[in-house]
Ligand binder design. Structure first.
Ligand code: NDP
Ligand code: X2W
Length: 318
């Protein structure tokens, strides 16, 4: 029998998807609470302290409470909420950041699963900042569109419930203080938080995250090819991440946010205008895949030393 895994919040949007990815696996044992006890603090405390790995798929406050319930030093935690993504003592669960991060996830006792928008944002920005192509104080803007499942049960009800009233598309985060800003800034290595402009459209899942770059305003005035090369070099050999060639991206008339649904994959594109002054770097991912449950299973596999691709549908790795 393999290690035991307990998912606190397994009836929610992210929890259900992780269960679906883990069910049927023989290399681990899933501990589950009966429906009538899934919110019972005593039952949760017991399960949290009885498992090898607890995955938290809860609202932030409940995730903090769950961590406080754990007194078994052997229980490791993977938190899918926003609560610990820049907290001391926690590892940010984006193994593609670099080899050291992969190792930190492998050995981490407390690992935080990244937010969906930050996954795209950090994968775009971090290598460019590290290569010196983007100054740390560059005024970064992030534009994004997500399927409505990104808002969990409450937003899904606005599109699929009996009293569904969700508009075809809406912009939000208009206080410019979205909860993802701290992790975007910290793990991209920026001096200032980006200006982040998310939106939701009438489709269930899948997202685009885009960062426009004014190449003429950057210190070395890099070409789009240099941007693409820096990203390709940073992610060479990654299983779940592909940087498209400039030619491939240039050949596209549009980019479909749903293209990678059901996978744990991310695709990066670099678009440029003919003058070489303007560039747009975009990430396509499934907000419920690499943006949530896929990333959680990827981190679980690393933390428990299990097969890298287990539970992860990947068109790229096939
Ligand atoms: N949806 C997404 O794309 C992503 C979500 N996340 C994060 O994952 C976490 C879960 O989000 P999501 O799945 O969307 O949310 P949902 O609202 O769909 O699910 C949350 C679940 O937690 C349960 N719950 C709430 N409070 C407690 C408690 N005290 N004890 C036990 N269970 C509790 C809820 O119960 P009930 O069913 O009774 O309401 C629900 O089943 C959040 O922190 C979110 O930020 C992360 C990445 C992406
Ligand atoms: C469409 C939508 O509402 N999306 C959510 C983020 C989804 C996500 O990544 O969630 P966590 O940070 O909670 O993990 C939002 O903007 O708050």
């Amino acid at each position: 029998m393999g290690p035991t895994v307990f998912i606190d919040g397994d009836a929610g949007t992210t929890g259900l998807q992780i269960v679906a990815r883990l069910e049927g696996r023989r290399d681990l044992e899933l501990l589950r609470l009966p429906e009538d006890r899934r919110k019972d603090p005593k039952a949760r405390r017991e399960a949290l302290n009885a498992c090898d790995l607890a995955i938290l798929c809860l609202p932030d406050a409940a995730a903090r409470e769950a961590v406080a319930m754990i007194d078994n030093p052997a229980t490791r935690v993977l938190d899918a909420s926003t609560a610990h993504r820049t907290a001391d003592g926690w590892v940010y669960g984006l193994p593609e950041m670099d080899a050291a991060q992969t190792e930190a996830v492998r050995s981490g006792k407390r690992v935080s699963n990244p937010g969906c928008y930050p996954t795209g944002t950090i994968l775009i920005l971090r290598p460019l900042v590290e290569a010196g192509l983007l100054p740390v104080d560059y005024p970064v803007t992030v534009n994004a569109v997500s399927g409505y499942s990104g808002g969990g049960k409450a937003l899904i009800a606005r599109y699929e419930g009996e009293a569904a009233d969700g508009p075809d598309v809406f912009a939000y985060g208009l206080d410019l203080a979205h909860k993802h800003l701290p992790e975007m800034q910290t793990w991209s290595g920026l001096a200032h938080a980006p200006l982040f402009q998310p939106s939701v459209a009438r489709y269930r899942q899948g997202m685009l995250v885009s960062v426009p770059l004014h190449l003429w305003a950057l210190p070395d005035r890099p070409t789009a090819a240099r941007i693409q090369e820096a990203l390709s070099a940073a992610y060479a050999g990654q299983r779940f991440l592909r940087v498209q060639s400039l030619a491939d991206s240039a050949g596209r008339k549009d980019l479909d946010p749903q293209a990678l649904n059901g996978t744990n994959d991310v695709e990066l594109h670099v678009f440029a205008d003919a003058s070489g002054e303007r560039c747009l770097v975009s990430a396509v991912l499934d907000n419920l895949g690499k943006g949530a449950s896929g990333a959680a299973v990827q981190n679980l596999n690393l933390m428990l030393g299990l097969e890298e691709l287990a539970g992860l549908g990947s068109a790229m790795a096939a």
